[in-house]
Write a protein that binds this ligand. Structure first.
Ligand code: HEC
Length: 141
């Protein structure tokens, strides 16, 4: 290969690596923004919420991105919930309504397939924070 061709090939390679690296950085920044926004909206903590989903057994009924044990199919998959306009087909999707739904689904929708599981206000805020980081296309597990 001619020296000048090698130089061009090197430039193209370096450009591809840079593009990939900046893609990764931008993706991380977007994730970080989603996370801060979710915590501000709910007053909860994303990591604690992720753990609470398993502790309260939500995983038995829901498929939830980022929660390995969450493969349940009794209820709807919760990945992408951040982008839904209604919760359980009836409540406007606001942070306070999500917290309410998590704490007392039976009071909101008597007879619904989702049981009250005794979630505390604080834990419900953490769970809501985690759920609001989930967009359509969030990685599965
Ligand atoms: C026994 C099964 C079961 C368990 C346990 C359960 N859910 Fe549900 N969940 C459901 C069902 C069924 C629905 C659909 C309810 C409806 O539309 O009336 C639902 C709906 C929801 C919704 C609304 C989803 C949407 O697409 O609108 C959210 C959010 C939710 N559950 C979160 C949780 C969380 C958080 C926990 C744990 C604290 C939990 N669920 C535990 C069965 C369950």
């Amino acid at each position: 290969m001619q020296a000048s061709l090698k130089f061009v090939a090197g430039l193209v390679g370096a450009g591809a690596i840079l593009a990939l690296a900046s893609g990764v950085v931008l993706h991380r920044e977007a994730q970080q923004r989603d996370r801060v926004a979710a915590e501000q909206m709910t007053g909860g903590n994303v990591e604690r919420g992720q753990l609470a989903l398993t502790r309260y057994g939500c995983t038995a009924c829901h498929d939830i991105s980022g929660v390995p044990a969450a493969r349940g199919s009794v209820g709807p998959a919760l990945t992408g919930i951040a982008e839904h306009s209604l919760l359980a087909g009836k409540l406007p999707n606001t942070p306070d309504n999500l917290v309410r739904w998590i704490r007392e689904p039976q009071a909101i929708s008597p007879g619904t397939g989702m049981p009250d599981t005794g979630v505390t206000e604080r834990d419900a805020r953490d769970i809501a924070a985690y759920l609001y980081t989930l967009r359509r296309g969030s990685p599965d597990k």
